[in-house]
Design a protein around this ligand. Structure first.
Ligand code: TXE
Length: 481
């Protein structure tokens, strides 16, 4: 797939951007350009809007069973093309190909899950004794926008698109300009699955042009966005005067708390994943590891050993644990945080530098990095780094670790390792987070609400939450007298 030229997918057809402009597409494993992605403009968003608006009257009344069948077929086709999609995703994003395969399974699950939701989602009714009966229709909103990031490209793209379509909306979707390939491939899959033209439109390009045009477009009534907190803030300010419905899934600086009474082997093993999976580029990664002082040295030694043994290399090698960082600017950002940590007085226990695998010296690789001796309120412990970098901090009491865990502006997820049941529940209720994992990490039931508190976002997705977000409730009150 060298010299790959991507296109937009509008009105059921692949098309070049109106302005004819393209951006280079880079392979993080080599640092070299391998294709081009449309640098679309508001003209393409407008064309997508026209197509979506035209498709909406028919799609919004398509029987739920037919919507189920099409979405389920998309899931089957993703499964059938898993290897091809996984290889494309790994090349585009830098993630290990084995991990991309898992994410393709999950992308198919997103469509399968919301296919069934289309069949199950129903009106509520509220009887007022003998006076009246209310029923609440949940109607599709119309044309909605989905904007997704580069860390889990198809997985997060499908996580938004699937419920939007299941609920009967027509969609304009924009993947990240850094990782557009699997979204581009999804257009063909949707067509092969029989999704009517115009129901899903994919516009490729930059955030400040395509994304911004979507948010500014008065006809796009709701936006589901996953990305950085700064972008989310800007997006919310743009959308506010139009009273758009917004779902924002933003950054995190997640605490991972290990108590002395935990099953330490399991805690350490999972912590290695929660720190470095996908090069640490998952909003749910636990970047601040707090360890009870009596087991601090023991846990630290094991984590450092695991990090040092971790193989970093080209993403298509089956035996690597970590691949390349998604883009040059992000690679430089992560390295600059490691430098900042040193200035803030960190001791580097593992990694702390770029890696240059043989034959891939120009790629963007960073060693799994473990830091200690940082204050809980220093910048490296407060700001989202979003790379393979964790800090270790000892604690003495539950109150102390709770205070440190809640000390950042973020509130996405926390992980607790303890065999003390009452403590686990007590802390879960006091952590200012949208998600708390107890003795596990990244275990996801697609029915549960997903999202963050504080600066980690607004609203929840997943299950009925997503179906509610993508519908407008209308209460109808009927007098019985
Ligand atoms: O994301 P952006 P960036 C965090 C992480 C990372 C930081 C910045 O800390 O280092 O954010 O990453 C589109 N209107 N996360 O700058 O720009 C953009 O094109 C509308 C956490 O790469 O937020 C892309 O499709 N859209 C995160 C999407 O927003 C705009 C995942 C996300 O990109 C836009 C990614 C605009 N004005 C980064 N500007 C998570 N929560 O998982 C950009 N976009």
């Amino acid at each position: 797939m060298n010299n790959l030229q991507l296109s937009n997918f509008i009105g059921g057809e692949y098309s070049a951007p109106v302005n004819g402009a393209y951006l280079p597409l880079y392979n993080p494993a080599t640092g070299a350009a391998y294709g081009q992605v449309p640098d679309s403009s508001s003209a393409d968003v407008q064309a997508a809007y026209k197509a979506a608006k035209q498709a909406f009257p028919a799609w919004s009344v398509t029987p739920a069973e037919q919507r189920f069948q099409v979405l389920n077929r998309i899931a089957e086709l993703i499964d059938e093309r898993r290897e091809e999609l996984a290889r494309a995703e790994s090349k585009d994003q830098g993630k290990p190909v084995w991990l991309a395969r898992n994410e393709m399974i999950r992308s198919a699950q997103n469509f399968r899950f919301f296919a069934t939701a289309a069949m199950q989602f129903a009106s509520e009714s509220h009887a007022m004794e003998d006076k009246a009966i209310n029923y609440t229709l949940r109607q599709p909103i119309g044309v909605v926008g989905c904007i997704s990031p580069w860390n889990l490209p198809l997985y997060l793209f499908s996580w938004k698109i699937a419920p939007a379509l299941a609920a009967g909306n027509c969609v304009i979707a924009k993947p990240s300009e850094f990782t557009p390939v699997t979204a581009w491939m999804l257009g063909q899959i949707c067509q092969d699955a029989g999704l009517p033209a115009g129901v899903l439109n994919i516009v490729q390009g930059l955030g400040p042009s395509v994304g911004q045009s979507m948010v500014e477009h008065p006809g796009i009534k709701a936006i589901s966005f996953t990305g950085g907190t700064a972008t989310g803030k800007h997006l919310a300010a743009t959308a506010a005067p139009m009273f758009k419905k917004l779902s924002l899934e933003l950054g995190g600086k997640n605490p991972n708390m290990i108590f002395a009474d935990a099953q330490l082997d399991k805690a350490v093993k999972t912590t290695v994943s929660s720190s470095f999976l996908n090069q640490g580029e998952i909003c749910l990664c636990g970047s601040r590891v707090f360890i009870e002082r009596s087991v601090y040295e023991e846990v630290k030694t094991q984590l450092v050993q695991a990090a040092k043994e971790m193989k970093v290399g080209p993403p298509d090698a089956e035996d690597i644990r970590m691949g390349a960082i998604v883009s040059k600017p992000h690679y430089e950002k992560v390295l600059s945080y490691i430098e900042l940590a040193k200035q803030e007085g960190a001791t580097v226990l593992a990694g702390g530098l770029a890696v240059f695998p043989e034959g891939h010296e120009q790629g963007w690789y960073i060693a799994p990095t473990i830091l200690e001796n940082l204050a809980f309120d220093c910048r490296c412990n407060q700001e989202e780094i979003f790379g393979p970098v964790i800090t270790l901090t000892p604690f003495d009491t539950e109150e102390e670790v709770l205070m440190m865990a809640n000390s950042t502006e973020y509130g996405l997820a926390a992980t607790l390792w303890t065999e003390n049941l009452t403590r686990a529940h007590r802390m879960a209720s006091q952590l200012q987070m949208g998600i708390v994992w107890i003795n596990c990490w990244l275990l996801r039931d697609l029915r549960t609400p997903f999202g963050g508190a504080k600066s980690s976002g607004v609203g929840r997705e997943g299950g009925w939450e997503a179906m509610r977000f993508f519908t407008e409730p209308k209460n109808v009150c009927v007098s019985l007298s």
